[in-house]
Structures are given as structure tokens and as C-alpha cells.
Design a protein around this ligand. Structure first.
Ligand code: 0L1
Ligand code: MG
Length: 254
């Protein structure tokens, strides 16, 4: 087995068993390209177990997120059907190492989008938008990593929940966001925190996924956390309210 395939196995098994692992970069100065190759190989393992690719997540698209983890480049990861959580349902905390949740805006793709595109071209490829939350769960000890580590680990993506879809022909540049836990606001922000306008995240997604032939019709694209993420505890009821687009919620079970 090649080194990259071994790393893919390690990160995949850590995700399956909810066990923390040391950072690869502690002993191996991986590059970003190698890290994306590990992510692709670990995803192949999931797909060979029957999971289906349903979209991508963009990560570190806001200053709050970059500051929270000490990394300052936009990254991406893959979403599978097994990662999707039911809106209003629950997630089992023991399936994760140290999960956090963050408010996102989701795009539903109407058609393919690949390579260098303008914001107008990106918007034209969107079928709908929705409030969403991403569950991130770094498989690395203490949620600490360098850029190649987090990319190899599917950019921490572990789960996502999407609310009702709305038409994209409305202004979503600066929508107010409140992330509530048990009815109390824990994060307040705006979609403007996502690269100044969430459509820029979709433009970046089209460019960054060009090596896998870009975004496909029917895929979901998570634009990135608009605020810092909230660490989850058993018993919490988490709800995101997004101006004009509605709410989405999830409960944290054992
Ligand atoms: O914005 C994100 O989805 C960040 C994912 C990678 C960093 C993290 O685990 O917080
Ligand atoms: Mg995110």
C-alpha cells in the first residue's frame, strides 16, 4: 500500500471509530496536493462501502473560522449521503470525536459548474438556497492540525443538515444569522462573513473542484461557516435562524 493510501486508511478508520489520531504533519511534512490525494483516497473507501457523493463543503471561508483554527486558506471537502442528518432530527454524539456545529448557507446546483466562473455565472447554475448547519469533527487530537492535516481529513466535514429550499433570485449577500442552543443565542453573524458574499464561495468551489471535473447538477454546496463553530454537548437543541430563509435544527443525543 502506498504512503498516501495508508494515511487515507488511518483517517477513514479514525472517522469510523470516532477515535482521535496524531497529526500527520508531526512526522511528515505533507504538501497540500498530497493532502487532497489522501482525502480522495479516503473518500474512495467510503464510496466502496456504498456511500454516494452528494456535494462539497467549502471551509475556512470566514475570518472567524480562520481565527478559530489558526489556518488562513479556503479549503474544500466532500459530502456523502451518509453524512446528511434529518432536519429536526438528532445526531448521536458518540459517533464523533469532538463535534462542533456551525451555521452555513447551502446551494443546490441546477447544472454543472467547473473552473473559472464569474459570480453571475455561478448564480445562474444555482437551483435553490437554504439555511444549513455543518457538523465538523476533526479526527486529530485536541482539534489541532496544520493545513495539510485538515485537508486530508475531509476538511473536518462529518455531517450536515439542510432546511427548506428557497429561490436563489433574492438578495442573500447580508442575511442575519443567529445560532441558538437551547433557545439561547451562542453565535450571531451574517452571510456577508462568507468571503464578503456567499456566491464567492461557490465561485471558489467551481475553481477548486476542477480536478474532479467540478460541481454536478443536484449537488449541495455548503458555502462555509459564517461564525465560529459551537462545540456540541449531549442534550443540546441547536437551531439556526437565517433572515428570510427560515430555520433548521438538530438535537444532540448520546
Ligand atoms: O469552515 C470549515 O468548515 C472548517 C473546516 C476545517 C476547520 C475546522 O475543523 O474547524
Ligand atoms: Mg463548515
Amino acid at each position: 500500500m502506498s504512503k498516501l493510501a495508508q494515511y487515507a486508511q488511518i483517517v477513514d478508520e479514525a472517522a469510523r471509530s470516532a477515535g482521535a489520531i496524531p497529526q500527520f504533519t508531526e512526522s511528515d511534512p505533507l504538501g497540500v496536493e498530497e493532502a487532497y490525494a489522501i482525502q480522495a483516497l479516503s473518500m474512495e473507501r467510503r464510496l466502496s462501502r456504498g456511500e454516494r457523493l452528494v456535494g462539497v463543503k467549502m471551509g475556512l471561508t470566514s475570518r472567524a473560522k480562520m481565527a478559530q483554527v489558526g489556518v488562513s486558506e479556503v479549503i474544500w471537502g466532500r459530502l456523502t449521503d451518509a453524512m446528511r442528518l434529518e432536519e429536526g432530527g438528532s445526531l448521536s454524539k458518540k459517533r464523533f470525536v469532538h463535534p462542533r456545529i456551525e451555521p452555513e448557507l447551502a446551494f443546490l446546483m441546477k447544472r454543472e459548474l467547473c473552473g473559472e466562473v464569474s459570480p453571475a455565472e455561478a448564480l445562474d447554475a444555482v437551483e435553490a438556497i437554504a439555511p444549513a448547519m455543518e457538523v465538523i469533527d476533526s479526527r486529530y487530537r485536541d482539534f489541532k492540525f496544520a493545513l495539510p492535516d485538515v485537508i486530508a481529513d475531509n476538511s473536518s466535514s462529518s455531517g450536515f443538515v439542510v432546511g427548506n429550499w428557497s429561490r436563489p433570485d433574492q438578495d442573500f449577500a447580508n442575511l442575519g444569522i443567529v445560532l441558538e442552543v437551547n433557545g439561547r443565542a451562542v453565535q450571531i453573524g451574517s452571510t456577508a462573513a462568507i468571503l464578503g458574499h456567499p456566491i464567492r464561495s461557490l465561485v471558489a468551489a467551481a475553481r477548486m473542484t476542477a480536478p474532479i471535473s467540478g460541481l454536478k447538477a443536484g449537488w449541495i454546496v455548503l458555502a462555509g461557516g459564517a461564525t465560529a463553530a459551537h462545540p456540541l454537548s449531549v442534550g443540546e437543541q441547536v437551531r439556526l435562524v437565517m433572515q428570510n430563509l427560515g430555520a433548521v435544527s438538530i438535537r444532540v443525543a448520546e
